[in-house]
Design a protein around this ligand. Structure first.
Ligand code: NAD
Length: 469
């Protein structure tokens, strides 16, 4: 029987980062994984989708290059080759994770883990074995939710996993059920390639948890590119006729249907705990999620859990940060990361990113705020790149000026957001955020301008005109 100090179940961005940190702190560590290392993020999520999005963006830019004075005759794409490139990126990064395991002397055990008792883990369906360990860290992630819609099992109705891991399909028309993060990113990818996209969203707007202005802007942009967006819609059933799929839904009491070559179901992800616990083990759960305390302990001694299997915020970078903190806790150290501020990014065009509180959220919490806004139409780099629709909004405490939140919809928003996450984590004020020299010409200059707007000293924003008498 193999003896470890820590057995991590799941080699996604939560599990593999935790294992490496634990090994760095001197724990004899094993990781058990029944699919490829890297988890959803690397194999069926963040990385492959961004590889697809990058290729489709290059194609769309090539088609629009004429306006820059550049002639690209007959830009075209091959879906097989776009997926091949995506696979290469995934393989390269997967190899990197396996290398890190070796370098840190972590045993990677292939197979499915089941927790038989607080110190006992069995591995089956691979390198079958029985492990004993001081601690177990569950990092098994999540899997796509499959709502009970009649017809959801019809061929051609797929999840994001199937699009990313299955045979590449060059959809000419696609219905997406769910206008959340996965829905709008896939809508962007397929629209870039000229596919006709319809989104059916249950709530009253796309990205219902995002800033309202961002949702509305995105809806307009997707429509302008030919998409049809149906919000406040309830999907009733899916049918198939003559090779086409029909998605039937009701909206304001009226019945509608949209047809397409394929239907992507993107209505959220549920915690992955299938087969994880032996019959003798009972752990506290809430709606399928493993319940954890702030220190990642579960209801069972020496069993810890992190990432999507525990949290309603399902983000790779949060799981990784939790992995570091959990490994440090298990090894008896203080946490070296701040988990209180979690940025979120959406890879549409323009990109969307948000961190901390929006003005509406602050208001709901009774916090008086001052806000600043900069429209990217006045940013030089934005005009050069023709990405004129977008903005940066900042929210600061009215009294202290401390930064509380930022919402961005602009080119490179997913990179710029790091500066705001830093500002909020370190309690910087609007004045401290504004006084930094940012290089010119860049998108990041807009950050200065958004804070200047708070102080009423904006330079590139046209002064508000007094209404005519
Ligand atoms: P989500 O929760 O972001 O969106 C699901 C959407 O589906 C919601 O808007 C919801 O109202 C809608 N919905 C639910 N049931 C419906 C129904 N029957 N009919 C129509 N609409 C319905 O979930 P997701 O987009 O599936 O993503 C899953 C998780 O993965 C999320 O937590 C997300 O944050 C994460 N993710 C993150 C990124 C990123 O960080 N860029 C990218 C992809 C996924």
């Amino acid at each position: 029987m193999n003896q470890y100090q820590l057995v991590v179940i799941g080699a996604g961005p939560g599990g593999y980062v935790a294992a490496i940190r634990a090994a760095q702190l001197g724990l004899k560590t094993a990781v058990i994984e029944n699919r490829d290392v890297g988890g959803t993020c690397l194999n069926r999520g963040c990385i492959p989708t961004k590889a697809l999005l990058h290729a489709s963006e290059v194609y769309r830019q090539a088609k629009e290059a004429y306006s820059l004075g550049v002639d690209i005759l007959q830009a075209s794409y091959q879906m097989d080759r776009i997926h091949e490139k995506k696979e290469k990126v995934v393989l390269q990064l997967r190899g990197g994770v396996e290398q890190l395991f070796k370098a840190n002397k972590i045993d990677l055990i292939r197979g499915s883990a089941a927790i038989l008792a607080p110190h006992k883990v069995s591995v089956t369906g691979g390198e079958n074995s029985l492990l004993t360990t001081d601690h177990i860290l569950i990092a098994t992630g999540s899997v796509p939710s499959c709502p009970p819609i009649p017809g959801i099992d019809l061929p051609g109705v797929v999840s994001s996993d199937q699009i990313l891991e299955g045979d590449p399909i060059d959809y000419k028309s696609l219905v997406i059920i769910g206008g959340g993060v996965i829905g709008v990113e896939f809508a962007t990818f397929y629209q870039n390639l000229g596919c006709e996209v319809a989104i059916i969203e249950a709530m009253d707007r796309l990205l219902p948890t995002m800033d309202r202005e961002i949702s509305q802007n995105l809806g307009m942009i997707l429509k302008k590119r030919g998409g049809s967006i149906h919000t406040g819609a309830r999907v009733e059933k899916i049918t198939k006729q003559d090779g086409m799929l029909f998605c039937h839904f009701t909206q304001n009491g009226q019945e509608y249907s949209v047809q397409a070559q394929g239907i992507l179901v993107a209505v959220g992800r549920r915690p992955n705990t299938k087969g994880l616990f032996g019959s003798e083990v009972s752990i506290q759960m809430d709606r399928g999620r493993i319940v954890t305390e702030n220190d990642f302990s579960t209801s069972l001694p020496n069993i810890w859990a992190i990432g999507d299997v525990t949290s309603s915020v399902q983000l790779a970078h949060l799981a990784s940060a939790q992995g570091i903190a959990a490994a440090e806790r298990i090894a008896g150290h203080q946490s070296s990361v701040d988990l209180s501020v979690v940025p979120s990014c959406i890879y549409t065009d323009p990109e969307i990113a948000s961190v901390g509180l929006s003005a509406d959220e602050a208001k709901a919490q009774g916090i008086a705020v001052q806000t600043g806004k900069f429209l990217m139409a006045a940013n030089g780099k934005t005009i050069i790149e023709g990405k004129d629709r977008g903005f940066i909004k900042v929210v600061c405490d009215a009294e202290s000026g401390v930064l509380l939140g930022a919402q961005l919809m602009c080119a490179r928003a997913t990179d710029l957001i790091g500066e705001f996450a830093n500002g909020i984590t370190n309690h910087l004020t609007a004045e401290q955020m504004r006084r930094v020299i940012r290089p010119h010409p860049t998108f990041s200059e807009a950050i200065t301008e958004a804070f200047e707007d708070i102080e009423g000293r904006a330079i590139h924003i046209a002064p508000k005109r007094k209404p005519a008498k």
